[in-house]
Design a protein around this ligand. Structure first.
Ligand SMILES: O=P(O)(O)O[C@@H]1C[C@H](O)[C@@H](CO)O1
Ligand code: HPA
Length: 341
């Protein structure tokens, strides 16, 4: 036992020195105590920060259960969008509550399981449900899947969400490819990369000017054309608010003034962690309601069930859209410049 052992543990160890089992127990307990104190005080577990070894444990568990699928592409399904996983061939599904250190999915329309398999022969992992800040999770927890994808060997991330329109031209059922985002939670000091930097994932100060891959967005336009979705397709700026309440009229007006096209409660933390880890990203929002930008508006108030219904109506075309995006990504190799080639 090291010099830093507490007197109580040292005494216990002396008492048990002729009993190997107890010595082992005391030593392990001491290590556990040290880790616990380290995680809580240094890494700030009270804020839900994952340690590298916890992330490795999660990834190792998933590798053992992946049925020999080594995913190239990770897909995160937003609210109501889990049916994207229906296009996965030879699926192996794992519930979140089986996975060590995994949070629970508490939102209706988010199933709480992940799927390994292939889409048109491209190996994928699909998350049917994500974690949100408003559920009480730290941004480290919210963005944890991105780091797991990296540890599993993924190079690409397709990230989706259900969002409210801010841009007056957007209609329910439209698809907005995310060309950029504004990290409002970051402005108030909430960033998934806050705390000691984990160099094994990326640099302390990662650039974010190429978050959403240009080539993948170009290809998405071609695919949308092929699927007859071009009239519904936009490129715009996404913002996340903490939620869970939808925004006031004044807030929506302010978002519009800031150049924001769609507002949601997710995505950005996962994207920041994914970019930090070097993943190449394609993201889109399904527009579920039109923004209320004036007090006399008679547009229906936002409601989560309407959100789920709006997504449901687009289930089939979105499955085809994602399928063809994955097929295209299957032909790509990630480049050290951070883009797809
Ligand atoms: O996980 P996403 O961002 O798709 O879910 C959206 C935002 C809230 O969780 C919920 C509001 O209806 O849907
Ligand atoms: O209007 C919204 N605001 C925030 N998040 C949302 N998710 C769906 N619609 C919205």
């Amino acid at each position: 036992m090291g010099d830093d052992a507490s007197p109580l543990l040292t005494d216990l160890s002396k008492l048990c020195q002729r009993h190997k089992f107890f010595v082992c127990f005391v030593t392990s307990f001491h290590h556990y105590l040290n880790n616990f104190i380290f995680i809580n005080l240094i890494m700030g577990d009270s804020e839900g920060v994952y340690t590298y070894w916890q992330l490795e444990d999660i990834a190792d568990f998933l590798k053992q259960r992946s049925n020999n699928i080594f995913p190239k592409v990770a897909i995160i399904c937003g609210s109501g969008l889990s049916s994207i996983a229906n296009v996965v061939e030879n699926p192996t599904e794992i519930n979140y509550d089986e996975i060590p250190y995994f949070p629970k999915s508490t939102v209706e329309g988010q199933i709480g399981s992940l799927v390994f398999g292939t889409i048109l022969e491209v190996p994928v992992i699909v998350l049917k449900g994500r974690f949100h800040f408003y559920e009480g999770y730290s941004l480290s927890k919210v963005s944890m899947p991105s780091r797991i994808f990296k540890l599993l060997g993924c190079s690409f991330l397709i990230i989706t969400n259900a969002a409210g329109g801010v841009n007056k031209k957007y209609r329910i059922g439209d698809i907005m490819m995310i060309k950029d985002h504004i990290n409002f939670l970051g402005f108030s000091g909430n960033n998934p990369l806050r705390g000691p930097n984990e160099d094994r994932f990326g640099d302390r100060f990662p650039p974010m000017n190429k978050c959403y891959d240009k080539d993948l967005r170009k290809q998405a336009v071609r695919i949308a054309k092929k699927l007859g979705l071009l009239r519904k397709l936009h490129q715009g700026v996404y913002v996340h608010v903490a939620g869970p309440n939808y925004q006031t009229v004044a807030e929506t007006k302010m978002l519009a003034i800031c150049g924001i096209d769609a507002v949601g409660m997710s995505t950005i933390a996962e994207v920041i962690a994914a970019r930090h880890s070097g993943l190449i990203i394609f993201g889109f929002s399904l527009i579920c309601e039109e923004g209320i930008l004036d007090y006399s508006s008679n547009k229906k108030e936002p409601d989560h069930y309407d959100v789920l219904e709006a997504v449901k109506a687009m289930e089939q075309p979105l499955q085809e859209f994602v399928k063809l995006m994955v097929k295209y990504i299957g032909t790509k190799t990630p480049c050290t410049c951070g883009s797809a080639h």
